[in-house]
Design a protein around this ligand. Sequence first.
Ligand SMILES: Nc1ncnc2c1ncn2[C@@H]1O[C@H](COP(=O)(O)OP(=O)(O)OP(=O)(O)O)[C@@H](O)[C@H]1O
Length: 313
Amino acid sequence: MASRLQRSSISPFRSHKGLSAPGPKLGARPTTPSTGSVIPTTQSSSSAGRPTTPSSAGRPTTPSSAGRPTTPSSAGRPTTPSSAGRPTTPSSAASSAVVARGPTSSRISPVSNATSSSSNPVPDRSEIPKVKENVTVTVRFRPLSAREIGKGDEIAWYADGYSTVRNEYNPSIAYGFDRVFGPATTTRHVYDVAAHSVVSGAMQGINGTVFAYGVTSSGKTHTMHGEQKSPGIIPLAVKDVFSIIQETPGREFLLRVSYLEIYNEVINDLLDPAGQNLRIREDSQGTYVEGIKEEVVLSPAHALSLIASGEGD
Ligand SMILES: Nc1ncnc2c1ncn2[C@@H]1O[C@H](COP(=O)(O)OP(=O)(O)OP(=O)(O)O)[C@@H](O)[C@H]1O
């Protein structure tokens, strides 16, 4: 649902360094989804890549809406068809995680960058000069559900290697991303590759945002929230935050959680029913949502219970 998507688009946790502690000041204000910044990207290890079961032509499922924010020069040309061949495991719509981090001074819209570049095939990544990226975009394909298989749905796009999404029916159509995960990839792996560095960066004072977007049922909630057996990016991030705190005894941290949704351009506080139609403001410390409730949290369970309570509204 749209509201879900938007809920995921703002980091539900923020961290602050305690006043008495030395070191860089962590985000004192909530960042907005449009506040992105630089991250050198790319990871190379992944268990996921290409699908593995045969899939014949059928009804195309919706391709990922994600696109790698590219430099102008890198957009426009399709990637070279790969010899890797056709996908072989059912794989359906993709959810996409956009990761942004860096100084708050950057004003980049991960959404528009990602979306706009999705419609432009990009060149072979070996031709893209290695630059520090402000925003990284990864695509995660989910497997077809039993219902979709029952309906005769078949995949239209698949993960061809680690960074290419290729069309099943016309292999010359392909899009490049920072990373592409196939349907067998675990959320843990997605987290390790796409989000962990943002979390650890945040703990060092670099603002970061991780959010998922994609069509309905593409797997945003599965990826961001997960479930008991396979926790999502949010619980994994919260756990990491507290682990880092434990591993950093010489520093004092203060963690506060806010949780909001942006629905039809309106910002509502999910931790405070009275906080409706809130405004985004900017001051010398950065961008923040005026009047949003901030709860101090002392444990991962506490943080996650707040988020769960926000979901319940
Ligand atoms: N990687 C995956 N592996 C297995 N099942 C998945 C995966 N991703 C999503 N699913 C399943 O697909 C279904 C749709 O996923 P999910 O609810 O996360 O989509 P969504 O993008 O949040 O949808 P909406 O926008 O409608 O809220 C769910 O039943 C979910 O369990």
